[in-house]
Write a protein that binds this ligand. Structure first.
Ligand code: GLU
Length: 272
């Protein structure tokens, strides 16, 4: 078994992250497997080296260890480009020049507003007819043509989530696989890297469950194995609200500064 924790260094780790990381670590240890850390820093406008150092520090303090060197997504551009080339050559990507506003306007139904998917408003298809021949544009936003890509998919995960073409086309739509400023996207990078690291079990929050159909589809399209997905419940604050990265009050560093021990953190997130 190989599990991983894949934080983005864009803020402090909070209790929710500790829960994810500890679950992934405990699961790997119980199976005599390996726990890996991966730094998801494709968004270079938000990633900061000091947050990355704080991640190592907090996780070590919690008692976790992992093999070095740690994989960093900012070093993985070539792998993402070759996955995009493959999808482009298969005719599954199209360049998109829509702004957020264009998308919201085109997608809005009178009265109801725009239908939402895991990445926001479901793409209304405006640029789908654009030219897909020739070399892959490297300076454009690239979207996946979902109706074409999802032709043969059918999959049921651990928690009995069924993934069908209908869900992919109607509830998710033509997701962005390459952003102009990144040359990749969360969905593409996470899939390419989970495969490269031979992850057998992905343990992550229920907030990412909506993205799993996209990831399973991409694995199918790229000929990569599908790991087992475990989506855990989210740690909430007293008001039942989800913890966000900006919610510094729940930062591990804050609890440490206040004298909490790693055992206290485990107890707070309900782990033995
Ligand atoms: N990097 C993502 C985050 O910090 C998690 C990715 C994943 O577990 O798939 O939210």
């Amino acid at each position: 078994m190989i599990t991983r924790f894949a934080p983005s260094p864009t803020g402090p780790l909070h209790l929710g992250h500790a829960y994810s990381a500890l679950l992934a670590y405990d699961m790997a240890m119980a199976a005599d497997g390996t726990f890996l850390l991966r730094i998801e820093d494709i968004d270079q406008t938000r990633a900061r080296p000091e947050w990355e150092s704080q991640i190592y520090d907090d996780l070590h303090w919690l008692g976790l260890s992992w093999p070095e060197p740690v994989m960093r997504q900012s070093d993985r551009t070539a792998a993402y480009q070759s996955a995009l080339d493959q999808l482009w050559d298969d005719g599954l990507l199209f360049p998109c020049t829509c702004t957020r506003k264009d998308i919201a306007t085109a997608a809005s139904a009178p009265q109801e507003g725009a239908p939402m998917g895991p990445d926001g408003v479901i793409y209304p298809g405006t640029c789908r007819g654009r030219d897909r021949t020739g070399a892959r544009p490297t300076d454009a936003v690239l979207r996946l043509d979902m109706a074409k890509a999802a032709r043969n998919i059918s999959y049921t995960d651990q928690s009995r989530h069924t993934i069908t073409r209908d869900i992919l086309v109607h509830d998710i739509g033509d997701v962005v696989l390459s952003r102009r400023e990144m040359g990749t996207s969360y969905h593409l990078s996470v899939v390419v890297d989970d495969a490269a690291q031979r992850i057998t079990d992905v343990i992550r929050g229920a907030d990412l469950a909506e993205a799993t159909p996209i990831h399973v589809l991409l694995q199918n399209l790229l000929g990569l194995p599908t790991p087992t997905y475990h989506h855990h419940t989210l740690i909430r604050d007293q008001d039942g609200k989800r913890l966000a990265k900006r919610d510094d009050a729940r930062a591990i560093a804050k609890y440490r500064a206040d004298g909490a021990t790693p055992a206290d953190i485990r107890r707070m997130v309900g782990l033995p």
